[in-house]
Write a new protein. Structure first.
Length: 259
């Protein structure tokens, strides 16, 4: 299998060395994500899961160890080239969508391609193709304020996919959504993974959201505490396994029953 992400013995410290207020947010973490995987990261607040995502996304830098994305060690990329690397290799699904109200849905989706100076004809073809696959072709000429929340979600997913990123990252993507909208977004992410072969890494505290993934890594005190693989289990069976593990790591095990 092709390894999209390889993390080797990373550590992340906050604070000043030699002082008592230093915090170890990540403690010798190693993991791998293969092409086409849908991996969930779970853990209680302060467990290190968001710090991990920030380091993978190049927003933050590790204190030790290596993060390799598509055979490139991101620690070795200079500040001048990091934005270009991010645009070409990573896709992001934000909790609040981050759509630009002054741009149409078509322009929002195409923004990354436009920044990369992709040929105009190619941009048009790619936007239309992804819009059809995610069911938003009919609203491409509308503005974000003219469409529903569910359509905004699918637009955000199309934008994350449009540049054919090696890895799509999502931090609590359903955190600000009601249950109906959350389920719609999760179904779209599942479609991206299963139908479009997108490689996805999602940080979430919610067992319902996590049950959509195929593998889950549980974090505690900056370390991987446990791992679950869905395999042939139903999503409901996987959900109950997640609840059992969260009861051990101190995560949110009081979420609503899966439907």
């Amino acid at each position: 299998m092709t390894k999209i992400l390889k993390i080797n013995n990373i550590e992340k410290y906050y604070g000043s060395k030699g002082k008592s207020n230093i915090t170890k947010a990540l403690d010798n973490v190693s993991l791998e994500v293969n092409k086409g995987e849908f991996v969930g990261i779970m853990g209680a607040s302060g467990s290190g899961k968001t710090t991990l995502l920030n380091c993978i996304s190049t927003i933050d830098k590790v204190s030790a160890g290596n993060i390799i994305i598509n055979d490139k060690d991101i620690n070795q990329i200079n500040d001048k080239d990091i934005a270009k690397f991010r645009r070409e290799n990573l896709g992001f699904i934000f909790q609040d969508f981050n759509l630009l109200d002054t741009l149409t849905i078509e322009e929002n989706i195409a923004l990354a391609l436009t920044i990369n100076r992709t040929d105009v004809g190619d941009v048009d073809d790619r936007v239309k193709k992804i819009a059809k696959e995610l069911g938003i072709f009919e609203i491409l000429k509308k503005f974000p304020y003219e469409i529903s929340g569910g359509q905004k979600q699918r637009c955000a997913c199309a934008r994350a996919l449009i540049n054919n990123p090696k890895l799509i990252l999502a931090d609590e993507p359903t955190g600000a959504l009601d249950s109906k909208s959350a389920k719609m977004l999760l179904e779209t992410i599942r479609k991206m993974n299963e139908d479009l072969d997108a490689t996805i890494l999602v940080v979430t505290h919610d067992p319902f959201s996590a049950s959509y993934s195929k593998r889950i890594l549980f974090f505690q005190d900056g370390k991987i505490f446990n791992e679950l693989n869905r395999g042939a289990k139903t999503r409901q069976q996987f959900y109950h396994e997640i609840i059992d593990v969260l009861s051990l790591v101190g995560g949110d095990a009081d979420a609503n029953e899966i439907s």
